[in-house]
Design a protein around this ligand. Sequence first.
Ligand code: IPM
Ligand code: MN
Length: 351
Amino acid sequence: MKLNIALLAGDGIGPEVIDQAVKVSDAIAKKFNHEITWRPALTGAAAIDAVGEPYPDSTHEICASSDAVLFGAIGHPRFDNDPSAKVRPEQGLLKMRKKLGLFANVRPTFTFPSLLDKSPLKRERIEGTDLVFLRELTGGIYFGEKGRRDDGETAFDNCVYTRAEVIRLAKKGFELAMTRSKKLCCVDKANVLETSRLWRETVQAMEKDYPEVEVSYEFVDAVAMRLVQWPNSYDVLITENLFGDILTDEASVISGSMGLMPSASLGADIGLFEPIHGSYPQATGLNIANPMATVLSAAMMFENFGLQAEGKAIRDAVNSALEKGIVTEDLSDGAKSYGTKEVGDWLAANI
Ligand code: IPM
Ligand code: MN
């Protein structure tokens, strides 16, 4: 297969972890006879520095004309502590999601047999955990009207959803549930929020089209609790943008390190693949960041092209690296650890 992949390394540790995913993907291309053309483009603080905006049109053109986007991380501390900054790296990510129509964010949480004791939760609580969040990504409070009242003392962010937005996300959730254990949990706050009542009512009406799927409805606060009590009781969860942002960070550490969890953002056409973690500014350039989440995001990319064996080859390499202790310091527990680049080299050599 010939693949054109837009490569958006972004900020912080983004470039370092992306380099490893490229190395591993090139090894896959060699082994399985594919031809990958990487198309680098600017985004985030790096793009603000270069051209004054975090998702320039030139980057959008490259993304929109590629088969997929592989993305590193976005964000820089100099913006975090300056609430008055008008242009922020994160705006680039939001604009990109919106312009590319990436409305469904697929965020799995799974455990690795060799890491069960690395989790902040007890082994017996997490054994067998294999769940997937489908987070709505282009609506809700992230994209509603926001601002300040004239008095300057009152700020607002509106949360808006249309039925059509809920249907297209929920449809992906039902379809995913059908390929797994046929359990779907709709996460909302329908006891308080009108948007949540729209979600619940819409999903309830869709149940008849998927008679085999067992649907449960749970409030977001209860899910936050049950995720640390019985994560293995969940399978597919669907939720709105902000709830999904928060819960997927919570869920991502169950595996033992946030540096392990990949994600995909899907829409009508192209997909974007990125690690769940952020730009980890303190680690920038130190060769200590865990590249596995980005490498596993590349696995999701291949699988999304229907290339299951390629995805599995990457997952197998990651599993054996974990078993053999070829890991970065977040997973080494004070024992010998490897650098970002060394882990990437090992994975590429073991494809
Ligand atoms: C994420 C990030 C983004 C989000 C930020 C960087 C805008 O936290 O992808 O989860 O909140 O969606
Ligand atoms: Mn987040």
